[in-house]
Design a binder for this molecule. Structure first.
Ligand SMILES: [Zn+2]
Length: 146
């Protein structure tokens, strides 16, 4: 859909891209370790996906969660699929810290603090490497389509 922001070429850094999904690093919300898993095709609801694509999606969510835990050591992981503004299947996978600007509320609430958070180049590079290697491992074991 031409008016859908997720159908356009992303302006955020792409950490991994396959046949059906891509993983982008969300850098514009002042949160460290925040990834978005985006379906490449414009589909609005998860139940409209084929079973195999849905399975890939959950495997990728799992891989993303493990990668964030390994690299960022957050106090909590938040995973959300809303899509009210952008009805195109995507997930927000967010590392949460007790000191982040929104904790314990959602990252879309009013900030309780006003600190700066930035991913280091090393963290981004480790994340890319870990995502690619875990996805590749899935490929070998389950003929994962990417
Ligand atoms: Zn779309």
């Amino acid at each position: 859909m031409s008016d859908c922001s997720l159908c356009k070429v992303p302006t955020l850094p792409i950490l991994w891209s396959g046949h059906n999904f891509r993983i982008v690093l969300v850098t514009d919300q002042n949160i460290k370790g925040y990834l978005r898993l985006e379906l490449l095709e414009h589909v609005s609801e998860i139940h409209q996906l084929s079973e195999s694509i849905r399975q890939q999606m959950y495997i990728l969510l799992h891989i993303i969660e493990i990668s964030l835990v390994n690299i960022f050591h957050p106090d909590k992981i938040n995973i959300a699929s809303l899509g009210n503004m952008t009805p195109h299947v995507h997930w927000h996978i967010v590392s949460r810290y007790k000191q982040d600007n929104f904790f314990p509320d959602s990252i879309w609430s009013n900030p309780a603090r006003n600190n700066r958070f930035e991913n280091t180049q090393e963290e981004i590079s480790n994340l890319k490497h870990q995502l690619a290697s875990m996805i590749k491992q899935q490929d070998a074991e389950q003929a994962f389509d990417s």
